[in-house]
Design a binder for this molecule. Structure first.
Ligand SMILES: [Zn+2]
Length: 78
């Protein structure tokens, strides 16, 4: 049974529902049946931003040497 994420067009509540083919999904908050299915959302926006920030921090730490091989890097750092 697939689980889908929906956003209610009436009250903008977001929720997950297990959907059987015979089930017509309805908003648990206001009961409206006018829903958008959220298909391609992989992670909440806040989580994506956190991943992006940690990648940027890692790139900062590696600085401009990140494209060099470790042998070249140790030569440069001596
Ligand atoms: Zn609703």
């Amino acid at each position: 049974m697939p689980m889908y994420e929906y956003r209610c067009k009436a009250c903008e509540a977001e929720f997950e529902l297990l959907v059987r083919s015979s089930t017509v999904p309805a908003c648990p908050q206001c009961g409206a049946g006018d829903l958008d299915r959220i298909v391609s959302r992989l992670a909440p926006a806040g989580k994506i931003e956190a991943i992006r920030m940690s990648n940027r921090r890692m790139a900062d730490r590696q600085g401009h040497f990140s494209h060099l091989s470790s042998a070249e890097r140790s030569k440069l750092l001596k």
